[in-house]
Design a protein around this ligand. Sequence first.
Ligand SMILES: *Cc1c(COP(=O)(O)O)cnc(C)c1O
Length: 377
Amino acid sequence: MTNRKIARFLAENRPKTPCLVIDLDVVEQNYKRMRELLPLAQIFYAVKANPMPELVDRLRLLGSSFDTASRGEIDLCLGLGVGAERISFGNTIKKERDIAYAYERGVRLYAFDSEAELRKLAAAAPGARVFCRVLMECGGADWPLSRKFGCTPKMAGDLMVMAKELGLDAYGLSFHVGSQQKDLGQWDHAVGQVAGLFALLRERDVDLRMVNLGGGFPTRYRQAVKPVEAYAQAVMNAVTHHFGNSIPELLIEPGRSMVGNAGVIQSEVVLISDKGLEDGKRWIYLDIGKFSGLAETMDESIKYRIRTPRDGGRTGSVVLAGPTCDSADILYEKTDYQLPLDLAVGDKVEILATGAYTTTYSSVGFNGFAPLKAYCI
Ligand SMILES: *Cc1c(COP(=O)(O)O)cnc(C)c1O
């Protein structure tokens, strides 16, 4: 899978490496496909996946709404002309003064997962629509978002009752099944849990109206993933299975699946060495590493595909590492990566499907290496 537009940009402009190139037309295709496959769900793009203004603006023009986590992300969206009614303040960990700031600018949709956060919302965003995030196990996800976010279903029920008592609009429930989720069954389980809570809360005079299905749709890395159609089908089956004919308003917050496959990182081989060890593995050092955008290689969780100009010939096992003076800056050591035996210092390699969770994960300049430069085309 070669993206010709990106290949041409790299050939014509010869940008300094490392750099990320995003093809906005791919983002647009991803958005339209999601729109078509889940017509009942309002799409809130998870800005944290890639907050480049050109990208956010393209999604704004397409009609997307936005899931934001901070004052900075809210300002970014508002500054591009996104209406406040299309912004959700979806982080469950907010300062009260940032809630007040968002409220003043018209944002009326907020997440929470604890009593203390709910009280902040009641004080700083009176009458706003709120939704409680329910804890999920995140089994099957390569990048789980478990434990840190959400509360038990029982607590979520009690908090929604309290939300109503505090004068807030007890709007709905949310969950996130974990990022790069490969088990389609996770949505059925999650939707089943929230549907049960809808019923319980109706008995307590709280009529919820919305389910926020979170993110979790994958991008293809080394391993093939099921097509987005299969995910959309699993989600809609789960919703109709558990809600029957009274389907609530649906929100979905794709991040990775919206931008991951739209980006390619170009990097240069800085050094190839052999440590004289028995395993005979070559160490390949790139000019990008964990601190310059590839943080999701932590625990070798996300396994990117790598393309070299010498693909096709004989290959051998390698350890891949970044350029900094920190031994944590190893990308893949346990995972078997094979690269061409004639790969040479100075070769340009491409790291595929790197549009999500890269630029903003790069340090401001650890060891004097500049933050990851990125281009939208
Ligand atoms: C990060 C995040 C997302 C995006 O998740 P993906 O798996 O990248 O689609 C969605 N919702 C919330 C609340 C998030 O924190």
